[in-house]
Write a protein that binds this ligand. Structure first.
Ligand code: SF4
Length: 342
């Protein structure tokens, strides 16, 4: 974290998520528990990475944070105010300050609109530029900021490559001068060669504009590159949350360790000699998650207590949170917890 970010981190959280649950009824008897009791905070100027396999609930969680879904229970606060109770002027300000960059630049931009119309739409909704020249100049400035130029303003989306379209999506988000952006897998639909360029653009824009990001991804290497802290999700719950460097150097949860062991390493010798942790079994259905620890059916260390009650997300060292009895208490204490749970 930069010194600027460190001083920001001493302040109040910009976003606070507490015991968030988002359930979807899929039939008369079945309910998908997409997000099941998730809590975290995001400090001003920080990037929190939210990582996990497809279907783990990270996008649903992000959509609750930005107010796209109304949670089943729990709260999301932004600048200390409940996101889902905002009304009138406060709601309008929230809609301006909080933006989303979507995964698929092909689907998220209207093919009938010019680039200028796409970027200018938000400006017009929030009445940012009444003067036509100032509006046009600002659109040109935004295009420069994302690595395009004024000449692109009158073109249509089909004239651009995937990476360029995502740059236009970023310019659209920046047009309303946001403070917080949910980046929902912003690089996963792009060619590998373009992914790092777009990620680096997001990092430089953050430094320049003092932005705060919730960065959602399944690619752990990318999340490490861009995030200050990382939360690992599995089956709707956060399994581990720590400073990015700490998490990658000292993963503690058995699920995080398995994910880390699968990240390719550039050095061929290290890559050949390191030990991979191959997870057995399938991810259980979010309609019928197991009682106790959600990871129990795939965990090589599962104990009796793991089947009885879900381990809480506890701070095991400063700023490092883990939801695992093994990491929290050691085997003996875990056995005692099993007795307690009887
Ligand atoms: Fe494994 Fe138990 Fe830890 Fe869950 S709580 S990850 S089952 S040891």
């Amino acid at each position: 974290m930069s010194s600027e970010k460190k001083s920001a981190a001493a302040k109040e959280p910009l976003v606070k998520v507490e015991h968030l649950k988002q359930y979807f009824k899929v039939s008369r008897k079945a309910t998908v528990k997409a997000v099941d009791d998730v809590s975290f905070e995001i400090m001003p100027g920080e990037t929190l990475g939210l990582v996990g396999e497809s279907g783990c609930g990270k996008t649903t969680c992000g959509r609750c944070v930005v107010g796209m879904y109304t949670p089943t229970s729990g709260t999301v606060t932004y600048r200390g105010k409940d996101v889902h109770s905002l009304k009138g002027k406060e709601k309008k300000e929230f809609n301006k300050e909080v933006q989303v960059i979507f995964q698929d630049p092909y689907a998220s931009l209207d093919p009938r609109m010019t680039v200028s119309e796409i970027i200018g739409e938000g400006m017009d909704i929030h009445h940012l530029y009444m003067d036509k020249d100032a509006r046009r100049n600002r659109i040109g400035e935004l295009l420069h900021m994302v690595g395009l130029n004024q000449e692109h303003a009158n073109r249509f989306i089909h004239e651009f490559s995937g990476g360029q379209r995502q740059r236009i999506g970023i310019a659209r988000a920046l047009a309303v001068e946001p403070k917080f952006i949910m980046c929902d897998e912003p690089v996963s639909a792009l060619d590998v060669s373009i992914q790092a360029q777009v990620a680096n653009l997001l990092i430089s824009l953050q430094e320049r504009m003092g932005l705060t990001y919730l960065f959602i991804a399944h690619d752990l290497a990318m999340v490490k590159h861009i995030s200050d802290r990382v939360a690992v999700m599995y089956l709707g719950a956060v399994m581990e949350l720590a400073d990015s460097h700490e998490l990658y150097e000292h993963p503690m949860h058995p699920y995080t360790k398995a994910l880390m062991s699968a990240i390719p390493i550039a050095d061929p010798h290290t890559e050949d000699t390191r030990q991979r942790i191959v997870l057995e079994g399938e991810v259980p259905s979010p309609i019928n998650p197991p009682p106790g620890c959600k990871f129990q059916n795939r965990c090589a260390y599962a104990m009796e207590c793991c089947h009885k009650a879900a381990p809480p997300l506890e701070e095991v060292s400063p700023g490092h949170y883990v939801a695992c009895y093994l990491c929290q208490k050691g085997k003996e204490a875990a056995a005692a917890a099993a007795e307690e749970a009887k």
